[in-house]
Design a binder for this molecule. Structure first.
Ligand SMILES: [Zn+2]
Length: 369
């Protein structure tokens, strides 16, 4: 069994996103409702980890607040000050579709700092791999703008610490959230030392973002791969994507660390995503990623939690990932599997294969390590 690190904190559940109507603000013609990025999906995953006994097997890593200097390694100081000021008052929107509440600045510091603490534990060999169940999420946050429920770019800050403090060379980010990982793409688009791979639903959020054509620029040519799967893609499409694009690209790049941006909004139950993945999909993606990490970088994987909005289903997708990271099955089976596994559309479809073929051609452009 692996020593799997686990980063979580009660304050992650206290980041208050307030009222909205789905992901959009409410108004005089849109009745107020709950916000999808609520604590519940994350808290219920933590709950299932406890009742399954998996929590007892994990190595708890205490998160810390990333300080302003650490956050300013990527984000503009004016933007950091803006978030801080909103958080010191009654909150507000920190940019685009990113409500924050009182105290959300410090909680976002704890979210970013939790990932940094997870990295330190991994590098210090206290654990074999790490899952950071952090909140607010990060993979849409821009240098100077909160976007898509994300305040600070947790995964970008983790890469920067890995390279600057721990003197790592190449790092890869693999993003299976249903939305495009625009944070890391923008942060490292010209950086030949960071491979960013995002598998997402075609042209969803952010709009007009995450196309196959954005393949890295300048010295970073070839180091950004977008795989914008058609809506309705299921287990077969995700597995084919891993087999023919993600795994060969990361293997060719040969990073010293793999960061997984882990969102479960590609599941068949998700209220925002329009894909058909199930817990078995995330289990297999995790297993294949860990096997590759063992082959090329001593098994060093940090998973950083991103989206996933089905309160009923996120816990089972998450449990599958934790079980693979630990190398131990809890005995709790996904009760939804019997429905999702045989759903029409799960096998790879010809139009999905055509897109994956185009992305597979980009593997040869990845600078070999
Ligand atoms: Zn997402």
């Amino acid at each position: 069994m692996n020593r799997t690190g686990f980063v979580c904190h009660e304050h992650y559940f206290w980041h208050h996103t307030g009222a909205s109507a789905g992901p959009l603000p409410y108004g005089l013609t849109v009745q107020p409702d709950g916000h999808p990025e609520s604590p519940q999906t994350k808290r219920r995953l933590l709950g299932l980890l406890e009742v399954s006994g998996v929590l007892d097997q994990l190595v708890r890593i205490k998160p810390r607040r990333a300080d302003i200097e650490e956050i300013a390694a990527y984000h503009d100081r004016d933007y950091i000050a803006k978030v801080q000021a909103l958080s010191a008052g009654v909150g507000g929107d920190a940019g685009e579709l990113t409500p924050i509440g009182t105290g959300s600045f410090e909680i976002a510091q704890l979210s970013a700092g939790g990932c940094l603490a997870g990295l330190d534990a991994l590098v210090g060999k206290q654990v074999d791999n790490v899952y950071c169940l952090v909140r607010p999420p990060g993979h849409h946050a821009e240098k100077n703008l909160a976007r898509g429920f994300c305040v600070f770019a947790n995964n970008v800050l983790t890469v920067q610490r890995a390279q600057k403090v721990h003197k790592m060379g190449r790092v890869a980010i693999v993003d299976w959230d249903v939305h495009h990982g625009n944070s890391q793409e923008h942060a490292f688009i010209e950086d030949p030392s960071v491979l960013t791979v995002s598998v997402h639903q075609d042209n969803y959020y952010p709009p007009n973002s995450g196309s196959v054509e954005e393949n890295g620029r300048g010295k970073g040519a070839g180091t950004n791969i977008n795989i914008p799967l058609p809506p309705g893609s299921g287990h077969g499409a995700y597995i084919d994507t891993w087999t023919r694009v993600v795994i060969p690209a990361v293997r060719r790049f040969k990073p010293e660390l793999i960061i997984v941006s882990s969102g479960f909004d590609g599941s068949a139950m998700d209220p925002l995503g329009r894909m058909l993945a199930h817990s078995g999909t995330f289990r297999e993606l995790t297993r294949r990623t860990l096997d590759l990490a063992k082959e090329i970088c001593g098994g060093r994987v940090i998973a950083v939690h991103e989206g996933g909005y089905s309160t009923a289903y996120v816990p089972f997708c998450g449990l599958a990932v934790f079980e693979e990271m630990l190398g131990h099955r809890s005995g709790i089976e996904d009760p939804y599997m019997a429905i999702f596994e045989h759903m029409g559309g799960q096998p790879l479809q010809p139009h999905q294969k055509a897109l994956i073929d185009a992305c597979a051609a980009l593997v040869a452009r990845v600078p070999a390590g």
